[in-house]
Design a protein around this ligand. Structure first.
Ligand code: GLN
Length: 255
């Protein structure tokens, strides 16, 4: 089986609520299967300094406060956009959490009204309504979109169900363009905007989501799906996930 090379964007700037844990979960679930896994940290600056970009098969970028988004979005737009546009449109795998999800869209109007131009790759826009609307904070649960749950690869690796759980904390409310597909449908919590029941977005094999948690620690079946898609394999060797399966089953008995 080929190697997983994770491109990790802006690790120091966008790591709210332990989003870096997602990279740790991916690494651990590869290690448990003797799949070689390496992490390439990509911070501000020209991408030409990295000569292995074409080998990246899973991109990850976390979330952060408006101030952190403001500190990276110029670099994100000027230095990373061409690479990301090619990466996403070529069907490669990626996970963008909260603040980075917002900046992958058309724009993010921050809490102070400043409009941060996004990459326009995800067909969506985000508006923070300032103090006029409460933040979207709390536990969240959603049902994965059919694009994932009906994917034979997901069916092969899934040892839980087609649900995901997590934690969200965002002031921005994201509105998908007509025709853009949500990542999931909310069954508890806010999701994109507390209005239309959508959560996140999926484009090709790239996912935008509001789930912190970190999302992959709470949803290892999703982690395995991303690994399989990144490695372009139909299934993965099973891990001993008895404890996870038991806790997942127990959680279903909770109100
Ligand atoms: N600063 C953005 C917002 O408040 C994103 C927050 C986050 O990444 N958790 O909506």
């Amino acid at each position: 089986m080929s190697k997983l090379l994770i491109g990790y964007l802006y690790k120091e700037d966008l790591n709210l609520y332990g989003d870096n844990g997602n990279v740790e979960v991916l690494t651990a679930r590869c290690f448990g299967r003797s799949i070689e896994c390496e992490v390439l940290l990509i911070d501000k600056g020209k991408l030409t300094s990295h000569n292995r970009l074409s080998e990246i098969n899973l991109l990850f970028m976390g979330g952060g406060p408006d101030s952190s988004q403001k500190s990276i979005y110029g670099d994100f737009l000027e230095e990373k956009k061409p690479f990301l546009l090619d990466y996403v449109t070529s069907g490669k795998t990626g996970l963008f959490v909260c603040g980075s999800y917002q900046l992958m869209g058309d724009y993010y109007r921050a809490s102070d009204g400043e409009e941060l131009k996004g990459l326009g790759i995800f067909k969506a826009h985000t508006i923070h309504f300032g103090k006029n609307k409460p933040r979207c904070i709390g536990n969240v649960r959603a049902t994965l979109t059919g694009k994932i749950s009906s994917d034979p690869v997901f069916k092969n690796v899934n040892f839980l169900e087609d649900r995901i759980v997590g934690f969200e904390n965002h002031g921005g409310r994201t509105y998908l363009d007509p025709g853009a597909e949500p990542f999931a449908r909310v069954t508890y919590g806010h999701g994109n905007n507390s209005e239309d029941g959508s959560e996140g977005i999926i484009l090709g094999n790239c996912i935008g989501t509001y789930f912190h948690g970190p999302i992959l620690a709470k949803n290892p079946h999703l982690a395995d799906y991303l690994i399989a898609k990144a490695l372009n394999v139909q299934e993965l060797p099973k891990l001993n996930d008895g404890f996870i399966t038991a806790s997942y089953a127990a959680s279903k008995k909770l109100r």
